[in-house]
Ligand binder design. Structure first.
Ligand code: NAP
Length: 287
């Protein structure tokens, strides 16, 4: 039951009402027996600094940060962990006992955790990352920190590809779709396929004929859960890793930062799947 001593966490973003994070975090708080509650705050673009002042004033213990505020929050918190300092982006804020706001970026490590959950370790892998936006940059940085051998970035806008590849130092390169032939892992970090009917063939980031059975194919898009890319990867005998794993594992890391306790990823995943299924039910609005 929510009481006067219940601790509050929330996601800030715009738009934010579609976020799966309340379902994920509240399920884990309940399963852990923690007196915490998680909600969502619509914060208009440009108002991140005001939202952080509100967080401090209300004693909100933790925030998740989503589009369009991740970069503004990185510029406004008091301290940044090394990952968020290097990426200049924040997806997690912790209100410390001394009143300072600490920023973290858990997306990339969440991605690596989802790969490991699928039985794959990025160490020594050759990776092609398609996309160079915020999600791609987090993934590239985490892959490099976790020992990927070669990270090739392919993006519609080549200048963004160069900036993203540079995050991986000497392991980062700008390349083309042809590099898929020599890759172990292919990551779709573009928004192509998002919100689409998973069976629609034109919602694909590249020609799926390039996928071989030895590949691991990861799609950061999680709506739909089974994207056209993942369906094609499975058909071609490859290992398919969906984007919900990354979403769940970045949330696991967030709760650890806020509460000091590790939540159960299975509880979080079940809550997210339940929420996605509920929204997909006839007569409901989609995500
Ligand atoms: P973003 O910063 O806006 O970047 C979007 C990327 O997609 C850019 O590289 C962009 O290329 C590319 N792109 C978009 N439309 C394209 C098209 N029609 N053709 C070719 N390239 C296209 O977005 P983001 O935050 O990185 O998010 C990317 C995706 O990852 C979204 O679907 C998001 O939902 C998902 N995501 C998932 C998780 C998770 O936990 N699973 C976390 C974060 C994000 P240009 O640079 O050329 O514009």
């Amino acid at each position: 039951m929510i009481s006067g001593s219940t601790r509050v966490a929330a996601v800030i973003g715009s738009p934010v009402t579609h976020s799966l994070s309340p379902a994920i975090h509240n399920a884990a708080f309940a399963a852990s027996g923690l007196d915490w509650v998680y909600t969502a705050f619509e914060v208009v673009p440009g108002a991140a600094r005001v939202a952080l002042a509100g967080m401090r004033a209300f004693g909100i213990a933790g925030l998740s940060v989503t589009m369009p505020h991740k970069d503004d929050v990185a510029a406004a918190v008091d301290v940044l962990d090394p990952v968020s300092a290097s990426l200049r982006t924040v997806n997690t804020v912790v209100l410390q006992p001394d009143g300072r706001l600490a920023g973290y970026s858990t997306d990339g490590d969440g991605f690596v955790a989802s790969l490991r959950e699928a039985g794959r370790d990025p160490a020594a892998m050759r990776v092609v990352v398609i996309g160079a936006g915020g999600a791609a940059r987090s993934v590239i940085d985490a892959l490099a920190r976790n020992g990927a051998d070669r990270i090739t970035v392919v993006n519609r806008s080549p200048e963004r590809a160069g900036t993203a590849a540079a995050l991986a130092g000497h392991r980062g390169h700008v390349g083309s779709i042809d590099d898929i032939a020599a890759a172990d892992l292919i990551v779709n970090a573009t928004s192509i396929g998002m919100g689409a009917d998973g069976s629609a063939p034109h919602h694909l980031p590249f020609d799926v004929e390039l996928i071989e059975a030895r590949h691991i194919v990861s799609d950061l898009v999680y709506h739909p859960l089974e994207t056209a890319l993942l369906a094609a990867a499975r058909r071609r005998g490859a290992v398919a890793v969906d984007g919900l794993g990354m979403l769940v594992h970045q949330a696991v890391l967030q709760q650890e930062l806020w509460t000091g306790r590790r939540p159960d990823p299975a509880v979080m995943r079940a809550a997210a799947e339940h929420e996605l299924a509920r929204r997909a039910a006839p007569g409901r609005n989609a995500v």
